[in-house]
Design a protein around this ligand. Structure first.
Ligand code: FES
Length: 158
């Protein structure tokens, strides 16, 4: 009886190839499933802009100034030696209010606020929030949107 070694070697190679392919597909599937499982533990959080942001030097705001930081939805006003940061988020349903000749108007349902954010016309029932302001060591002012204050929470500057 003679053995054809070449044919046996060829069959082993084919078998190895099929086996290797099978294990490769299995490993890739396992890695994919593991990746999806690991992704399950990653929070689905959308990160917004930081709550604290610099608004520059107090000298940038002359008496009577009003500057809007639309990306932060904050309006900075100065009355005399006092600076305030007013939220531009309407207290009705959260639309962004726009500065107007009399204060702030909401384009969504018509709420109106006076120049310091007090509601003058509904449907909003509450005044606009004010935010805390602090002085950084660099001399810049910083607004902290996580520090919510009531109306007229001015920061005194020289
Ligand atoms: S969201 Fe401003 S009035 Fe409704």
């Amino acid at each position: 009886m003679s053995i054809n070694y070449e044919r046996e070697k060829q069959e082993l190679t084919r078998r190895n190839f099929v086996s290797l392919s099978g294990w490769s597909i299995f490993t890739l599937g396992l890695l994919g499933a593991g990746g999806l499982f690991a992704r399950f533990f990653w929070p689905n959080v959308r990160y917004g802009p930081p709550s604290k942001f610099s608004i520059g030097k107090p000298g940038n705001y002359p008496d009577g100034a009003q500057q809007t930081f639309i990306d932060q939805k904050v309006s900075v006003i100065r009355h005399g030696s006092n600076i305030g940061a007013i939220s531009l988020v309407c207290k009705h349903l959260g639309c962004t209010v726009a500065p107007s000749a009399t204060g702030y108007d909401c384009p969504c349902h018509g709420s109106k606020y006076d120049a310091i954010g007090q509601v003058t016309h509904g449907p909003a029932q509450a005044n606009l929030d004010w935010f805390g302001i602090s002085l950084l060591p660099s001399g810049d002012l910083q607004v902290d949107k996580s520090d919510i204050r009531t109306v007229s929470a001015y920061y005194g500057v020289k």
